[in-house]
Write a protein that binds this ligand. Structure first.
Ligand code: FAD
Length: 497
């Protein structure tokens, strides 16, 4: 991608945006990816991955459309160029709200089924920018390589912004025997060699959502051992086609190539999760953000603040889709006057309003850090994320229940258009004020969102992708100060201890 000078053709500034075609071309880089017996020549050779890439490419093209330009782009104050909003680092509450527009855009574009759209990993880099002053103080604790972490964080932000980069982020380690520290240790990504211009790392990362469809991988280790050995205390980023990286894809769960009527959501493909093996992968010095420092690792929770805000906002957007779909079910089935059904929709609305309220609260209580970066309130985010995953299965269940047989008795476009049987379906299955086909399209949408294999993977993703519920409760225990509440109790009860 080259900087586009549009000054002669229009009054718009130059931009640093990729088109969809440029994004697709950037993935044709010899990356080493396997599905079962097959090694793919190109990531787009696998239909489900290819459909997902097409959807991502649409997002890149949308950057150039007037109706999406505000949500997806902004003017970089330093360069004066138009850049992707994914790489915006908020320094005011207003900029935080502006950055949220991008999350809402990518969430709607994927119906919330991509948890790692192109604006997710930039949110982690923004989180590192927020604590740049901390990383400025840190030094490499592995002999032979001495990166400047703070400088590298800023350089990576510039690199991502200037190249409209898509990165995956992989933190979790391979699932092994969790009772055996040695097994956990084996699974860590670790430094095998350090030299002046960089390090070599070996090990594996999982589950790398969207890695196969991205340009870079942003990695670190997470959890597993009480004390992480220095050689496993590493944060860095490398191109996904770097020598020594092998991706092994899980089985596909979407329905690429299916008729859009039959599968309105799962026909759009998926972000596939990858098992990513690192075999002596070289990480240049400029792409290292922590090296050998266990304390540096402990900043992970704080640095993911924007990523967790992304997760919660996407859940809020998705919950609103559930409300919209639920309302339409009542409309087309004519069940909206039944009090019990109204209660069901009421519960979907409660879920959506509560998630929205957590997003608003996290932004309203945002703080400006020493770095100047404005970050959403972590305790509101954690409580909101916990609420979102605890109630998700019930919300899915309610939406399914509202649909009754409609969710199962779906026949597909071919059946409706078949002259032998289509007239039966058309005549016998209309809804309230809508044709049988219109009613089925709604049910097909809800099936893809709640019940098909894509929905199954998404439900698993929501539950654990950025920590399962027990860990979120532990975070609340650690992060939310209770002193003021204790004092209130003491005051009311007259306790002087
Ligand atoms: C569809 C999907 C996509 C994902 N995408 C990504 C991604 O893009 N990047 C990424 O880094 N990760 C990703 N993950 C991985 C996710 O971060 C992990 O699944 C999560 O951190 C839990 O770790 P684990 O699966 O290794 O669970 P394990 O450590 O194997 O534990 C299994 C279960 O035991 C319980 N448990 C274990 N330890 C504790 C503890 N200390 N406290 C409380 N409960 C505990 C939890 O219920 C946990 O789910 C994805 C996961 C899924 C399912």
């Amino acid at each position: 991608m080259t900087v586009q000078d549009t000054s002669t053709t229009a009054s718009k500034p130059a931009h640093r945006l990729k088109t969809g075609a440029e994004f697709k071309a950037s993935l044709d880089d010899g990356r080493n990816i396997w599905i079962g017996k097959r090694k793919l020549d190109k990531v787009t050779d696998e239909p489900a991955l290819g459909a997902g890439v097409d959807l991502l490419a649409e997002m890149f093209d949308d950057q150039f459309k007037p109706e999406f330009e505000d949500a997806t782009t902004y003017i970089d104050p330093q360069s004066g160029e138009i850049v992707s909003r994914a790489w915006q680092v908020p320094t005011t509450i207003e900029e935080l709200a502006d950055r949220r527009k991008m999350i809402e855009y990518t969430s709607l574009k994927t119906a919330g089924t991509f948890g790692r759209p192109p604006d997710l990993s930039p949110a982690i880099v923004a989180g590192l920018m927020a604590y740049q002053d901390v990383f400025k103080q840190k030094k490499s604790m592995i002999d032979g390589c001495n990166p400047d972490f703070a400088e590298n964080i800023e350089a990576y932000m510039d690199f991502g912004r200037n190249t409209n980069l898509t990165a995956s982020e992989s933190l979790a380690g391979p699932q092994t025997d969790r009772s055996n520290p040695k097994a956990a240790e084996m699974a860590f990504l670790r430094v095998t060699k350090a030299q002046a211009d960089g390090i070599y790392v070996s090990g594996a990362k999982t589950v790398g959502s969207i890695a196969a469809q991205a340009n870079d991988i942003f990695f670190t280790n997470l959890g597993g051992l009480t004390t992480t050995p220095p050689e496993a205390c590493v944060w860095g980023a490398v191109p996904i086609n770097a020598d020594g990286i092998t991706m092994i894809s899980r089985e596909m769960v979407s329905q690429p190539g299916a008729n859009k009527f039959d599968h309105p959501v799962s026909s759009m493909g998926e972000e596939a999760d990858q098992f990513i093996v690192f075999d002596n992968v070289f990480v240049p010095k400029e792409r290292i953000f922590n090296l050998g420092d266990p304390d540096g690792m402990s900043w992970y929770g704080r640095a993911t603040v924007f990523a967790h805000w992304h997760v919660l906002t996407r859940m809020a957007v998705k919950s609103e889709l559930f409300v919209g779909a639920g309302q339409m079910v009542l409309d087309v089935l004519g069940t909206g006057k039944i009090p019990a059904v109204q209660q069901m929709l009421g519960e979907l609305i409660q879920y959506a309003q509560t998630l929205r309220a957590f997003v608003i609260a996290a932004e309203a209580k945002a703080t400006q850090l020493a770095s100047g970066v404005v970050t959403p309130d972590v305790s509101m985010l954690t409580a909101g994320r916990l609420y979102s995953i605890e109630h998700y299965p019930r919300i899915i269940h309610i939406l399914q229940e509202m649909c009754g047989q409609g969710l199962v008795m779906r026949f597909g476009k071919d059946a409706f258009e078949n002259p032998e049987i289509g007239h039966y379906l058309n005549d016998l299955l209309p809804g309230h004020g809508v044709s049988a086909m219109q009613k089925e399209l709604l049910m097909n949408f809800i099936w893809d969102m709640t019940s098909g294999s894509l929905a199954g993977r998404v439900a698993l993703f929501e539950n654990v992708n950025s920590s399962p519920a027990p860990r979120l409760r532990a975070r609340l225990f650690d992060e939310v100060s209770r002193e003021a509440f204790v004092d209130q109790v003491k005051t009311i009860a007259g306790m002087d201890w």
